[in-house]
Design a binder for this molecule. Structure first.
Ligand code: CP
Ligand code: NVA
Length: 312
């Protein structure tokens, strides 16, 4: 049931992975979701130990990893940097080497992608990015699983991301491009996604029959879209920019009038937590077109598949 070719791999950012590898995760995620629904045991990682480091708050990532690890028969070891000697100056290198002697994989939520990349360089166990300032690949796995459930795949699906060109946007664009979606990002000037992420995604999209477009008008992005996706305007660590951001993002809210421009089969997605009245209205996110709650659940299934595939 679980192929062995991904054992030992890190998931640091989506565009480190191929489309075929992402499809392997999505396929296993669907199988594990069905097993979990049927309450059929699947202890694919019995006896393993997986560390979870959080340097930022989390509800979904924290709980979905802890529960998923238990369902796989492994033990989750919650760690916070304040409790590790890292906080007192132990080097990333030494921490990576030592944790690799105890754990079979390590999930990390932190600030800097470069810090995470350095940890992965020195650790001999798989490192999973549970969100950095730049990327959120576990979220994109759940997003791709959700879009696949709704539309049968990503090829030809028009995905509109409306809002901040942030970590969630980067990973979503990378996954959509690899899997053949037509993705359009509407962001205000100065808040567009990173140019290197977009260039890499455009190369991937060209190979997969999809496309990546950037626009400045949210209505242009929403018109005919199958997915309207948004995320908070002010990410963790940006709280001192909040007032400026509220002004910059005015007009980028997903509400009934924006949804009316989308395709008849359109769904609304949000990685959560939502800030109602800012990037999305409460009625849309709790309305009949919302896929956000399935999307949140799919974090569990996608991450279980990921761990089952990469933990040696
Ligand atoms: N979407 C997401 O990563 O949520 P948390 O911050 O609650 O983990
Ligand atoms: N962009 C948001 C995502 C939260 C899951 C943040 O980084 O705070």
């Amino acid at each position: 049931m679980v192929p062995g070719h991904l054992k030992g791999r890190d998931l640091l950012r989506i565009d480190d992975w191929s489309a075929a590898e992402l499809r392997t995760v999505l396929g296993l995620a669907a199988q594990l979701k069905a097993k979990q629904r049927a309450r059929a045991p699947h202890p694919l990682l019995a006896g393993r130990a997986i560390g979870l480091v959080f340097e930022k708050p989390s509800t979904r990532t924290r709980v979905s990893f802890a529960v998923g690890i238990a369902q796989l028969g492994a033990v989750a070891v919650p760690l916070s940097s304040g409790e590790l000697q890292l906080g007192r100056g132990e080097t990333i290198r030494d921490t990576g080497i030592v944790l690799s002697r105890y754990l079979d994989a390590l999930m990390v939520r932190t600030f800097s992608q470069a810090w995470l990349d350095e940890l992965a360089e020195h650790a001999s166990i798989p490192i999973v990015n549970g969100l950095t300032d730049e990327h959120h690949p576990c979220q994109a796995l759940a997003d791709a699983l959700t879009i696949t459930e709704r539309f049968g795949g990503l090829e030809g699906v028009r995905v509109a991301y409306i809002g901040d060109g942030n970590n969630v946007c980067h990973s979503l664009v990378a996954a959509c491009a690899l899997l053949g979606a037509d993705v359009v990002v509407a962001a205000p000037a100065g808040y567009e996604p990173d140019g290197e992420v977009v260039r890499t995604a455009r190369v991937a999209a060209a190979g997969a029959g999809g496309s990546v477009e950037l626009v400045g008008d949210p209505r242009e992005a929403a018109r005919g879209a199958d997915v309207l996706y948004t995320d908070v305007w002010t990410s963790m660590g940006q709280d001192d920019e909040r007032e400026r951001r509220l002004r910059a993002f005015a007009g980028f809210r997903i509400d009934e009038s924006l949804l009316a421009l989308a395709s008849e089969r359109a769904v609304v997605m949000h990685d959560l937590p939502a800030h109602y009245g800012e990037e999305v209205t409460e009625s849309v996110l709790h309305g009949p077109r919302s896929a956000a709650w399935d999307q949140a659940e799919n974090r569990l299934h996608a991450q279980k598949a990921l761990l089952a595939l990469i933990v040696p």
